[in-house]
Design a protein around this ligand. Sequence first.
Ligand code: FES
Length: 307
Amino acid sequence: MADPIEPNSADDKAAKIAEIQAKMAEAKARREAAAAAPPVPAPAAGAAAAGAPADDKEAKLAELKAKMAAAKAKTAAGTASGAASPAAATASAATATATVAEPSPSDARIAAMRAKVSETRVTASPRPASKPAPSKNDSDVGVWFFGRRSFLQSVGWMSFFGFLTIVILGAVRAMFPRVIYERPPIFKAGFPGDYVPGTVSEKYKDEERVWIIRQTDGSFIALLAICTHLGCTPRWLTSENKFKCPCHGSGFRGNPNWGVNFEGPAPRPLERIAIHLAPDGQIEIDKSKKFLWEKQQWDDPAATLKG
Ligand code: FES
């Protein structure tokens, strides 16, 4: 690929020659201006300084002539180049511009530089405006909530309201105390004729944990089905005539010493409870009244229902 600046035709060569001639004319004009302008006298030269204004005028005049000669040479070079390649014309113009600007910084050059600086400022990307600091009055809730200081304030307030909620809920819950609904201690167990003498009825063992025993003489007693060792529910074994606790093997006698402990870890006999006839003729059991053998309470009339 050929260099676009390198002359490659007769016209280019002519343009180049004209450009060289223009440079030579310009150099010649400079030399003449330098020769015409005497050295600037020192301020202390006294009377010699009086002739300085006239010399300056001549120097400026010579400089103007040199510039005019340079411009004339450039014009001639442009005419000679004619339809020369755009590359050559561009090179010539650049050279001429450089030649004109070379002698001293002119106002045009300063203006061009200022224009270039202005253009650079305009084309440069604008500096982004600084983001305004979030304030408490900011309408963005997220910024307010998750700000550094605001976040700590939010945590504090949430803790306070959480604690307050727990206290209020506790107070409300205390207004409704926990109640355990137990079966009433008194219940009716049917009529005396429903029971066979010398037998143990387990009809109310599961619901009330009570055995109702009709002795051979026709009287009734009620035993609590709670082992006196650790509270398990013993079983009535008809064939062995005893109550046997499945937990640790305690045994309680049957007829005629109902509920007396005789084996195992149970420390005392089973407990008897109050039994009597209700006004309607049914047997009524009251579990709130207990009779303990070790306190000689089994002989209490309330502990036995005569048959
Ligand atoms: S609870 Fe009945 S023997 Fe231990």
